[in-house]
Write a protein that binds this ligand. Structure first.
Ligand SMILES: [Zn+2]
Length: 303
């Protein structure tokens, strides 16, 4: 909030002493704003802090996290603060305060990062690098859980299915359980456990349903294709299957390539590929429902 005293006047020690920001205490600043126990001195007339053109209202900062405000102000003054990859502290500040104060370029920058890391279409999922690219998660323990909490706080529900999926793919329930209650709510733990069960079931019943279709009616080498079917199923589930969602959304080319799909006759291969591809599309469509959420079209952001 704006302080009533002169910005040059030293802070008198009250019952609750205030710290000064080390990076946002500008020599020629002419307003002081306070977030919790930290003061920041910036320019009242600076176009990015004066409130013109957006909803940045310094006197609403009292309850904001000083860490968020520090990154937020630095970003308003310094474009190089946007360099990718963004560390999670900076990303959170952009998203949380960019939204709160309607600073569109910060909020949209952060939303673009979220969209890049958590695709919302199967094609984006297939084309993605399958690793974090625009967010710097080095040194983070369970970064995906931290991102889950943030999107829940800001009601960015369109991202939750992929975040649940990513957690289910990359983390075991045992390691999640060990982090309860510090990193995950019991509600989220239960939801992820249920989602993992649904993913496992979908993999067996939907994605790999083609195992029950082979050898197909047009099969030219029935005996060989029956053996190949058995090998494919066992090698995928026992060697490549991994966690509950292993193979759930893998491309049929990857699955059939890894599992000796070359052993199938061309007819069986075509049946397997078409079934697997259709199943992936259906599985993607159902992802939110597997997570106990509304369908994709009914998931909203910021509402
Ligand atoms: Zn065949």
């Amino acid at each position: 909030m704006f302080s009533s005293r002169s910005p040059n006047e030293p802070e008198t020690k009250g019952p609750q002493s205030l710290d000064r920001s080390k990076t946002m205490w500008l020599d020629d600043g002419n307003i002081v704003l306070i977030a919790q126990n930290t003061q920041f001195r910036v320019h009242r007339s600076h176009p990015t802090t004066s409130g013109r053109g957006h909803g940045w209202v310094p006197n609403r900062a009292r309850l904001d996290s000083p860490r968020d405000i520090e990154h937020f102000l630095n970003a308003l003054y310094n474009r190089s603060y946007h360099t990718k990859p963004l560390v999670l502290d900076v990303f959170e500040a952009f998203l949380r305060l960019g939204h709160k104060y309607q600073v569109a370029h910060l909020r949209d920058d952060a939303l673009a990062c979220l969209a890049a890391e958590f695709p919302r279409t199967l094609k984006e999922w297939d084309d993605g690098p399958n690793t974090y690219t625009v967010l710097d998660i080095s040194g983070e323990n369970l970064p995906t859980l931290r991102l889950l909490r943030l999107v829940q706080e800001l009601r960015l529900f369109k991202y939750t299915p992929i975040i649940y999926l990513t957690i289910a793919i990359t983390t075991t329930l045992e390691s999640l359980y060990k982090h309860v209650p510090h990193a995950i709510s019991s509600d989220d733990f239960l939801r992820i456990a249920l989602a993992a069960e649904k993913f496992r079931e979908a993999r067996r019943r939907v994605t790999f349903a083609w195992l029950n279709l082979l050898p197909c009616g047009s099969c030219s080498t029935t005996k060989a294709c029956a053996v190949a079917r058995k090998c494919t199923g066992s090698s995928y589930f026992f060697e490549y299957g991994g966690g509950p969602s292993g193979g759930l959304l893998n491309s049929p080319f990857v699955v059939l390539g890894q599992c000796g799909g070359k052993w199938f006759c061309k007819h069986c291969y075509a049946v397997a590929r078409a079934s697997h591809e259709a199943a992936r599309a259906l599985t993607w469509e159902n992802l939110p429902v597997y997570c106990g959420l509304p369908k994709w079209d009914d998931l909203t952001n910021f509402e």
